[in-house]
Design a protein around this ligand. Structure first.
Ligand code: AMP
Length: 196
């Protein structure tokens, strides 16, 4: 299965993407994690990404598209069982490019899990995470900007994927295990529907 996890910062998509990838034994591909590795390595790409991330903005599409091309090829080359994409696509051009990339191999996205979490809950979670995980971009000013960017650039993907019949909407408020069950049920329903 090739699954995309869509959601605002703090929606829990990273945690849940890792759980689903373990359950399905497929790689979890997180663009945020890849970028943080590049930042730590201090590569020219990492330096550029660091400035953008610290502002709460998105890394430009052309850079993200080349980054994901390498990683999807590597993840899919493995045994072609699929992958879970966490944090990509985040814009319509990224989604279109992903579709083209997969189509070259006769593949496609099978399902898109979207997390419904109200903004006040996101803000509360992210400010808690700023203390625990110490992510530079979890500072209050940056959090507000990341949410604004999410609504402007990423949220349109919800309708984009709904239109393609791929959307699995999940209530993202609750315990991790509870949300994981909702995702499992949603994905099962979607794949049965696809098979029917
Ligand atoms: P995340 O860990 O998914 O919250 O990502 C952290 C930061 O990395 C985001 O706020 C963006 O600045 C950047 N980032 C991650 N994925 C993407 C993407 N697909 N497109 C653009 N920027 C991204």
């Amino acid at each position: 299965m090739r699954i995309v996890f869509l959601g605002a910062p703090g929606s829990g998509k990273g945690t849940q993407a890792k759980l689903v990838s373990q359950r399905l034994s497929v790689p979890a591909v997180s663009t945020g994690d890849m970028l943080r590795v590049a930042v730590r390595a201090g590569t020219p790409f990492g330096m550029k990404a660091r400035a953008v991330m610290a502002q709460g903005e998105l890394v430009p599409d052309d850079l993200m598209i080349s980054l994901i091309k390498e990683h999807i090829a590597a993840a899919d080359a493995h045994d072609r069982k699929g992958f879970v994409l966490d944090g990509y696509p985040r814009t319509i051009p990224q989604a279109e490019s992903l579709e083209k990339l997969l189509a070259e191999d006769g593949a496609a996205v099978d399902a898109v899990v979207n997390f419904d979490v109200p903004d006040p809950v996101l803000i509360e979670r992210l400010s808690g995470r700023a203390d625990v995980e110490r992510r530079a971009d979890d500072r209050p000013e940056t959090v507000r900007e990341r949410l604004r960017v999410y609504h402007e650039k990423t949220e349109p993907l919800v309708n984009y994927y709904r239109g393609k019949g791929l959307l699995v909407s999940v209530d993202g408020v609750g315990e991790i295990a509870e949300v994981a069950k909702r995702i499992e049920r949603g994905l099962l329903a979607k794949t049965h529907q696809g098979a029917a």
